[in-house]
Ligand binder design. Structure first.
Ligand SMILES: Cc1cc2nc3c(=O)[nH]c(=O)nc-3n(C[C@H](O)[C@H](O)[C@H](O)COP(=O)(O)O)c2cc1C
Length: 141
């Protein structure tokens, strides 16, 4: 395939099981850690996603489904009414550019840490199998 053909294909519309995409580029979920301590989506996040909405599909960063699911600093959640409402500004900004927006739902399970859990409890997991390697609490995103 020539570069020209590849670019033409990449930029051509795609039907994703009935969901029309304006091109075949998709943004992978990327945790940014910009939702603050309360994990509420904000105007900066709306701007960030709108700036990238020339792709055919955006899959938003991993988003905690419950308090217990948290395992990363300042990553967003969608377990309170306030968080769910706050996501609307982000979704609206992306939809305004004709781009569908998926949310990646996240439970960090055994890779969480007691510092994220209420009363310093141990995290819960689907199994008791130990996580190999180090889990770092990254603040650099
Ligand atoms: C800063 C950063 C944040 C990421 N956050 C997520 C995430 O929230 N959810 C996820 O499934 N993958 C996450 N990833 C993985 C990326 O989505 C992607 O799969 C990975 O970077 C490999 O893509 P590549 O093969 O194009 O480099 C993250 C990667 C980076 C570098």
């Amino acid at each position: 395939m020539t570069t020209q053909t590849l670019a033409t294909t990449l930029l051509s519309p795609f039907d994703l099981a009935g969901l029309p995409l304006k091109n075949r580029a998709a943004m992978a979920p990327l945790t940014r850690g910009r939702a603050g301590k309360e994990r509420i989506p904000n105007a900066l996040m709306a701007e960030y996603y709108a700036q990238r909405a020339s792709v055919g599909l955006i899959i938003a960063e991993a988003t905690a489904i419950s308090k217990q699911a948290n395992g990363w600093l300042n990553s967003p959640g969608i377990y309170s009414e306030e968080q769910a409402q706050a996501w609307k500004q982000v979704v609206d900004a992306v939809h305004a550019k004709g781009t569908p927006f998926f949310l990646q739902l996240w439970h960090s399970g055994r890779s969480s840490h007691s510092s994220f859990q209420e009363n310093g409890q141990l995290p819960v997991s689907a199994s008791a199998i130990k996580l190999n390697g180090k889990c770092r609490l990254n603040t650099e995103f």
